[in-house]
Each structure stands twice: as C-alpha cells, then as structure tokens.
Design a protein around this ligand. Structure first.
Ligand code: SF4
Length: 211
C-alpha cells in the first residue's frame, strides 16, 4: 500500500472505528505490529489467564509469542471460557461496525460469544470490507482456501484455491459450499451491536496480516 492508498484508507478506518464504538465495541487503531504489541502489553496484566483461537494474525504480529511468555496461557479449549482475556483475529470487519467470523468446530466463535471477561479481536487492514456480503465473499475467496491448506484439510478449496460455490449473491451468502467433513466454514457469526459494552475490543492494524 503506497502513501496515497494509505491516506484514502484513513477515512475507511475512521468510519469503521466510529461505527464499532456505536455498536458498543471498544475500538482502536495502531499503525504497525510494534504499536500493537505495546497496546497489548498495556491492556493485559502480566500473569492474566489468556487463551486464543487459532490465528495466523496472532502468529505474524508476535502477539501469540507475547501472550505465551507474559501471561498464564491456557491451551485446553474449554478453559478458554474462564479466561481473563481471549485473543483472536477477525475474518472481516465491516464499515458498518460489524465483526464477521466463520468457524468449523467453533471453539473460537463460541468463546468470542460467551465466557471470557475480555475479548480482543485483531484485524489487519486487509480485513476491512464495506459490508456483510463482501465479508462473506472475502471468507470464501481469501480466507478459507489458505486456512484449509494451513490446517491440512481435505476440502475442494485446498486443492483448487477457491470455493466450489462461487456465488455470493444475497440468497447464497454464507450457507452454500462443499460437503466435505473437513469443511471449515460451517458457522457464520455476525457480531453486531453488543449487549455488554466494551467486552469485545477490536484493534485494527495499519498493515496486512493473516488471511
Ligand atoms: S465451503 Fe468448502 S470449498 Fe468452500 S471455502 Fe469452505 S471449506 Fe472451502
């Protein structure tokens, strides 16, 4: 992203942050991974109980390494529900201030929905989309194929690089796709206006991370 694209993106980021806050999320922007790690260190006390969903973004930004070395990091999935902080990434963040998350087994989305006192969802600038239709398309075209490859899933998209069902009209927004037992895009969760204000914090990073 060059300087002009970055400037244009600032307006999108501002609108997205404002709408996230209107929807009772806590929202923040950091320029890069160094600022992100500084912010994370200011939010999570040393020794706090943490857990995370599988995330390329957490690995690439160094957040995963940070929580493993500075907190009481739990790997047992069911322990995540009692964590002080649950960390994950976003599959997409809409300009209207919604989080769009897609999961297979759904330990990740279930912990985001209920349990941990605090949830921190990190999104690279590449995860910002105009609306939910674009979010659904993003997952099927840009997130699921590389994630299936990363996780060694036996799905059509892991072999061809695209979903078997490339129709993202409103009628077929999320439900369509393959019938593979390994399918990872099973449950599609839209986090819209929150009942518990500021429980979920969304941090947008001005760099591209994850799928
Ligand atoms: S429905 Fe199947 S083929 Fe399509 S993106 Fe999901 S896992 Fe891949």
């Amino acid at each position: 992203m060059d300087a002009n694209q970055r400037k244009a993106m600032q307006g999108v980021v501002k609108e997205t942050l404002e709408n996230l806050e209107k929807n009772a999320f806590r929202a923040a922007f950091v320029n890069d991974r160094n600022e992100l790690l500084t912010l994370i260190a200011s939010l999570i006390p040393e020794g706090a109980v943490t857990a995370s969903g599988g995330s390329e973004t957490l690995l690439e930004t160094g957040v995963m390494e940070w929580i493993k070395t500075h907190t009481d990091y739990r790997t047992e999935r069911k322990e995540a529900y009692g964590a002080d902080f649950y960390l994950t990434s976003a599959n997409a963040v809409t300009r209207h201030g919604e989080l769009f998350e897609v999961d297979g087994r759904s330990n990740r989305v279930s912990a985001m929905l209920f349990g941990p006192e605090n949830v921190i969802a990190i999104a690279g600038i590449n995860k910002l989309v105009p609306n939910l239709r674009a979010a659904a398309e993003r997952v099927k075209t840009m997130a699921a194929p590389p994630n299936c490859i990363r996780l060694a899933k036996d799905t059509p998209c892991a072999k061809t690089g695209h979903c078997v069902f490339p129709d993202f009209s409103d009628v077929h927004l999320s439900a369509q796709g393959c019938a593979s037992p390994d399918r990872i895009c099973s449950n599609h969760v839209i986090f819209s206006r929150q009942m518990v204000k500021d429980r979920i914090m969304v941090i947008i990073v001005g760099e591209e991370y994850g799928y």
